[in-house]
Unconditional design. Sequence first.
Length: 512
Amino acid sequence: MKKIGIVLLIIIILPIGFLIFNEIGKLSETEKVLEETYNNQLQTILFSVNQYSDDILNSWANKVNELNEDDQLLKNFINENLAIKSIFLLNDEKIESAKFIFDEKLISSSDSIKSVVKSILVSNKDLISRLAEYQKAGYRKLEPLQVNNVSDLAVVVFSKQNDNKVYTITGFVINPQEFVRKILLPRLQQISQENFIILVRDNENRFIVSSNNTNYSGQVEFEKQMWLIPHYKIGIVLTGETIQDLIRNRATNNMILIAILLLVLIAAVIFVYRAVKKELELAQLKADFVSNVSHELRTPLALISMFAETLELDRVKNDEKKKEYYSIISQEANRLGRIVNSILNFAKMEAGKRKFNFESINLNDVVENIYQTYSYHLQNKGFKFEKQLTENLPEVNADAEAISEAIINLIDNAVKYSADLKEVTLKTISTGNGVIVEVTDKGIGISPEDQKKVFDKFFRVSSGLIHNVKGTGIGLSLVKQIIEAHKGTIELVSEPGKGSTFRIILPIDLNN
Ligand code: ADP
């Protein structure tokens, strides 16, 4: 059994354990990949927002190019776009003479805007000349200008694409807050989903707009500068569960699953181990049974053939001796018959083929009958054989022959497992709703742990005095099966060295 245990451990638990640890390792790897993928996705979202503002400004630039320096058309264009404060045209070499176009409503603040933008243009001179180079090369590029200390406007310039040599550069003066609110926000609301909100704010946190229009809660997971409005940032705030939470929950769930799997496996292994153990024990018991039965059969056969031969050869002259030999032969033949009968009955019982002939009977009669038949035999063997019958015993519905067989089996055992104190008592008792038949001996008794097993088929106590007592191990299991077929129970009270009492309890026959 130990070997089987070890084998089970090696072929099941070890590989599974290895697999589980491997799986745990893989899990954390997968989670890392997952986190990276997720982060990449968030970054992509920010990228796409930037790309979107870039597209918008590019489309404006196209439009302005098309309008071809027509003041009135440019004015109209500004008027349509609240996010544009002004459009200006300039030559990279003459920043001071830049031409500004304003819509009517901003005319009042136009001078201050002009001076601010001009100073910004001056401080970005290098960039302006680079754009002029691009213009010469024939391609257009949008560039934001660094606007130090000014947060309520943004300036984006691009190289003009026409042959006009007066102006080489065009620019937008943008109201960034309007741009974010009117142009970006609808887009942000489109992109953002349940799990995150997109946030746009200026560097000083004086202006904050979020895609769900509420005060955002939670920490900003990623934040990127806006390409064209560099003093503004776009960020992502995870709402609800963060990816770490998700991963942690997933890992915990996986661990719980693995733990349950492991427990189920361990339970299965224990179950298999127990089943195998039981089967092996039963196989062992069966092997013992075969050898026990052969032994049981061989002894009476040997005696019968020995005495029969002796008689046949007429070697016994003394009549009394002859009578004794005949009686031994008949006794042993009886014993053989009993053994064969009980094996047949046992086989029938096992196959569920045994039929009982139920009728109302008085157990006193059954016990009395058995007593009469066996008292001579038992007394001959030196037993004190007693009966204590309760009068007016209620009748029970039973098969008299089967019940006799059960009681005889118990008496047989009482005789077999008695040592020096040879006493067997039969008793009938009425309990009101049942009738008890007790068989008591003062024999070797049964230890508490074996008391549970003696009714199992093929089981024989394998230690102590009874080593030399013959038996098949099916007697008590047969008794139990008979009693249970009668809806009765069998109890055992025993103390090693003091003796045993087997108690058959049958329900009284209510039809009587
Ligand atoms: P067996 O053919 O071995 O007697 P049983 O099924 O009748 O088979 O009994 C099972 C075992 O229970 C016996 O081997 C014996 O160890 C124990 N046993 C049964 N009856 C008694 C008893 N009266 N006293 C002590 N041990 C008993």
